[in-house]
Design a protein around this ligand. Structure first.
Ligand code: FMN
Length: 223
């Protein structure tokens, strides 16, 4: 069965073309290799305000009106709704995800708890990717905060699979071996982390496979 699949990658690094973005791009290239359509959104320089918990979305949403704050989230909401799979990539900041990514995720609450967009992410597939400087300073705690957002949204979570790093998601290390050494001329150290890049590529393939399974199941249930 030929099932069209859209994979949206969202990068939560303030650096355009930095380690997190190229790591996510590796994943999206692999998804395209599986026949999926892909798009990458960088949150760098986007105007994304904090969720102010006004609960407008809980009472006043209409079709195409997601949130009472009007900023660049208005471009992101429809793309998230259209996607079959969402790959979230964050740099590790203080053993968790970046503020850019956290702000964006908080604003997605209106697609889960809204009066019009209620549980709207259910059935979508989520995969988490993180890039850190050091090997053991926050990669899995960073991934856990991404997984929490997927699970709170009722999404189906995928992993890079057995033998490719963490079951929680894809991990890239931007210093040599994750040991803090680096060549000052090399800006994109994560691309040298072949094991990490393989995990990013694999989680994307798993996301495409799972999105197709979910879509086929939904079509079968509709009859
Ligand atoms: C505010 C801040 C906090 C950071 N905290 C961590 C950390 O806890 N653990 C770690 O390994 N790297 C940490 N880093 C390093 C980044 O995760 C790392 O340099 C990563 O490659 C940045 O990705 P980018 O090139 O997309 O910006 C931190 C960097 C910044 C700016």
């Amino acid at each position: 069965m030929d099932i069209n699949t859209k994979v949206l990658g969202i990068c939560g690094s303030p650096i355009r073309g930095g380690n997190t973005e190229v790591f996510l791009q590796q994943a999206l290239d692999a998804a395209r290799g599986q026949g999926a359509d892909t798009e990458l959104i960088s949150l760098a320089k986007m105007d994304i305000q904090d969720c102010i918990h006004c609960n407008w979305c809980v009472r006043k949403q209409e079709n195409g009106k997601y949130c009472n704050l009007h900023d660049d989230m208005n471009q992101i909401f429809p793309k998230v709704l259209e996607a079959d799979a969402i790959l979230l990539a964050s740099p590790v900041y203080f053993t968790r995800l970046s503020g850019y990514m956290a702000n964006m995720l908080d604003r997605l609450r209106c697609l889960g708890h809204g009066n019009h967009y209620h549980r709207a992410l259910k059935g979508k597939v989520g995969g988490g990717l993180v890039v850190s400087w050091f090997r053991n300073t926050g990669t899995e705690t960073g991934l856990l905060s991404l997984l929490g957002a997927f699970m709170a949204s009722g999404m189906t979570v995928v992993s890079p699979g057995l033998g490719l790093g963490s079951p929680l998601g894809a991990i890239g290390l931007s210093s040599e071996g994750g040991e803090g050494k680096f060549d000052p001329k090399e800006r994109l150290g994560v691309l040298k982390d072949e094991y990490g890049v393989a995990s990013a590529q694999q989680i994307a393939r798993e996301a495409v496979d799972m999105a197709r399974v979910v879509k086929a199941g939904q079509q079968a249930l509709k009859g």
